[in-house]
Design a binder for this molecule. Structure first.
Ligand code: SF4
Length: 480
């Protein structure tokens, strides 16, 4: 069995010697620093649940390479059932963290590269797949967490990488050597970047011949020389060092702890390069990764919606309105939206197909539809939650005042719901709803795994409109 415990995962992060900037100073230990600790805890849940016998069936799998029991987060999908189990696992973990646990990006990068390196070798006679298999065995054996680094800063969006004023706005090769390549550039919004063991870099978009130097996929250890991390701020993040209650979710935080990764002439040995210059395979690689990650959103976001539904329902009980018909109607609507998200993820998994490499791939159109629904339905779930919770969501007093000897008793008196629930319970539920329905989570559901417009463009491409027109014309008698 190749599985790490949650504590071993936390300890393993201490061994990575990296430069991580945050608010004018440096983070030395991500597992204990108040800004990053909640995200480490969320990722640690993926390790904890893999070793819990009751979740073994979903959170672990049998490696098709070694035959050993491995984390499902390092597994190559061998059947539609594997794809379905992935979605179920994500919902289950999200129900325990109430936030992003980050490890799926690496899983999707591994599965995308598995298929695309195979297809590339088959067509071009390259030898990337075997290199990738060696790397995959290493990741599975060590139970590593990988971050999938996709999004380049992009500069002027109208211009391709090679036409940018600054060539570093897309990650690119600056030197090819006998033993490897040297890369320069950056990857933005990188989920789990500061608490992963490995970085798997891939192109952000399909490249043309002129952008050959930007057609690039590789893996490096997270502490490779020349890497620098700038950890991003989040809505209300200073509450992390002000106390517990006002954070809403003090243990697991909110969204994925994103960072900007800067590659300052980083050396990558050839054995870890999986695509270099084969620009015609960048499109398939991007689509493969994006589809896998869009599948996920119907799992993890459904799990997060479960928590929001639970929090508003508990708050409605605490405030004595749980039986009101309009509250019940809104909660029913939230459940309907959540299960619709989940259905999409299950459908694109069940309809998954075998790729030439033997790995299974989700139904791409259904995966995109799932994510597009997330950009709307999660917002609607949040809107309904705020509607039920009431205006106090935006006006709650602070934890400091609740504990203040002078005004604390006034807060206790005037915010007491009078139903037997305590003022503190009411505030804690309110803060959790605030944490999950305001600020960073909304932006994340909109743009994570691809912005809506990007999805609509591909949706139209894959929608078989010609065929639909033919069907319509036949039915109305235009085509006999
Ligand atoms: Fe995983 Fe969801 Fe976070 Fe993406 S947003 S890394 S799918 S938990």
């Amino acid at each position: 069995m190749a599985l790490m415990t949650a504590d071993q995962y936390r300890d393993s992060l201490k061994e990575l010697k990296r430069t991580i900037h945050f608010m004018g100073s440096k983070i030395e230990d991500v597992a204990s620093h108040l800004a990053t600790r909640p995200h480490v805890n969320a990722a640690a849940m993926t390790y904890e649940m893999a070793l819990d016998p009751q979740f073994e069936n979903l959170c672990t799998a049998t490696s098709h390479l070694s035959g050993k029991r491995i984390s499902r987060f390092t597994h190559i999908h061998q059947s539609p059932e594997d794809l379905v189990k992935k979605v179920k696992m994500l919902r289950l973990i999200a129900q325990r963290t109430g936030s992003c646990f980050q490890r799926c990006v690496g899983l999707d990068a591994l599965n995308s590269l598995f298929g695309v390196t195979y297809e590339m070798d088959h067509k071009l006679g390259t030898s990337y797949h075997q290199r990738f298999l060696n790397y995959l065995s290493y990741v599975q054996e060590k139970d590593l967490m990988c971050t999938g680094a996709m999004t380049d800063p992009k500069g002027d969006r109208h211009l391709p990488p090679s036409k940018q004023k600054d060539p570093d706005l897309y990650l690119h090769v600056v030197q090819k050597r006998e033993d490897g390549i040297v890369v320069r550039g950056a990857k933005a919004h990188q989920t789990g970047a500061v608490n992963s063991h490995e970085i798997i870099a891939m192109p952000t978009a399909a490249m043309e011949a002129a952008d050959e130097a930007y057609a690039l996929a590789f893996a490096i250890p997270a502490d490779a020389p020349g890497l620098l991390y700038i950890f991003g701020r989040q809505t209300n993040d200073s509450r992390k060092w002000e106390g517990e209650i006002d954070q809403g979710n003090a243990c697991y935080g909110t969204v994925g702890g994103e960072a900007l990764i800067v590659f300052q002439d980083v050396f990558v040995p050839w054995e870890r390069v999986f695509l270099c210059g084969e620009y015609e395979f960048t499109g398939p690689l991007v689509d493969r990764f994006a589809s896998y990650h869009r599948q996920n959103y119907g799992g993890c976001k459904a799990g997060n919606c479960d928590i929001i539904i639970g929090a508003v329902s508990a708050l409605a009980f605490a405030q004595g309105v749980a039986g009101a018909s309009h509250i019940r109607d809104k909660v029913a609507e939230m459940v309907h939206l959540t299960e619709t998200l989940y259905s999409g993820a299950i459908a694109c998994s069940s309809e998954g197909n075998k790729t030439p490499s033997g790995a299974y791939f989700v139904h791409p159109l259904l995966a995109k539809t799932t994510k597009l629904n997330v950009t709307r339905f999660y917002y609607e779930v949040c809107r309904l939650a705020q509607d039920i919770a009431g205006g106090y969501l935006a006006t709650m007093p602070s934890e400091q005042d609740l504990k203040d000897p002078e005004v604390g008793k006034l807060i206790e008196k005037y915010l007491d719901p009078g139903t037997g629930a305590s003022t503190e319970e009411r505030l804690r539920l309110g803060r959790l709803i605030e944490n999950m329905t305001c600020g960073a989570p909304l932006v994340e559901v909109m743009h994570g795994a691809g912005s809506p417009q990007a999805m609509k463009i591909i949706l139209l491409r894959q929608a078989a409109l010609e065929q639909k027109m033919k069907l319509a014309k036949k039915l109305c008698g235009i085509d006999k």
